[in-house]
Design a binder for this molecule. Structure first.
Ligand code: HEM
Length: 193
């Protein structure tokens, strides 16, 4: 896809890696950064858009007055998210193609969570706000622009994986429909689904 080709252009990404790595290194200085960053990010996202809780298995069926963030699944999930995010950032310099491939797989997995492009936009806004909150004055306009470029690369790669997954599903559906047509009218015939 054109956007991805543009963004994976190593020079474009590389020019944003230094300011972005510098800020991420500051976040990572805290020994408990996975929990702290993950909890802040998701708390912010759920504040912006409480309906997003419904996309998380542990966010469904929450009673009034309760927060899904009290669910025991929340913190381990937030930490797994930061682990993946951290790995992607770490590998962006040495192997952009590998990161792109991993993110495409992850994006394909996310189709089953009912994600739409707007969810990625929401995550991007929450991410930039969380970085700003954690880094204060150290988070300059240049940092913001770099993170914007890098997050665009990450989210577009994930959506590309989701799109490929949907295309496969549509193709399987067409194949099944065609098989059903061939078997139409034949008594006792079965179709693999
Ligand atoms: C850069 C973007 C993102 C990254 C790196 C990411 C990363 C991850 C990771 C690593 C997992 C755990 C997968 C596993 O262990 O099975 C996960 C699961 C999940 N993600 Fe994301 N994600 C991203 C964007 C989003 C967005 C935008 C949403 C929704 C607003 C979302 C919703 C979910 C849900 C619902 C799950 C399943 C949670 C569960 O089973 O407890 N993700 N994500």
């Amino acid at each position: 896809m054109a956007t991805v080709c543009l963004l994976t252009h190593h020079n474009i990404l590389a020019s944003h890696l230094l300011p972005q790595n510098d800020t991420w290194a500051r976040i990572r200085r805290s020994p408990d950064f996975r929990r702290e960053f993950g909890v802040s990010l998701f708390t912010r996202m759920f504040e912006f858009a409480p309906a997003v809780w419904g996309n998380f298995p542990w966010g469904r069926g929450v009673k009034e007055g309760e927060s899904p963030m009290q669910n025991k699944e929340f913190i381990p999930f937030a930490m797994r998210f930061v682990d993946m995010f951290d790995l992607a950032i770490d590998m962006l310099g040495p192997d952009v193609d590998w990161v792109e491939e991993q993110l495409q797989h992850l994006g394909a997995k996310h189709t089953s969570y009912g994600l739409m492009p707007k969810h990625y936009t929401l995550m991007g806004r929450s991410l930039l706000d969380t970085l700003e909150e954690k880094l204060g004055h150290a988070f300059t306009a240049r940092h913001k622009e770099s993170w914007h470029t890098i997050y665009t690369f990450m989210s577009v790669s994930m959506m590309q994986g989701a799109f490929a997954d949907l295309k496969d599903t549509v193709h399987q559906h067409e194949t099944t429909i065609n098989e059903m047509k061939r078997f139409d009218g034949r008594k006792g015939a079965s179709v693999d689904v």
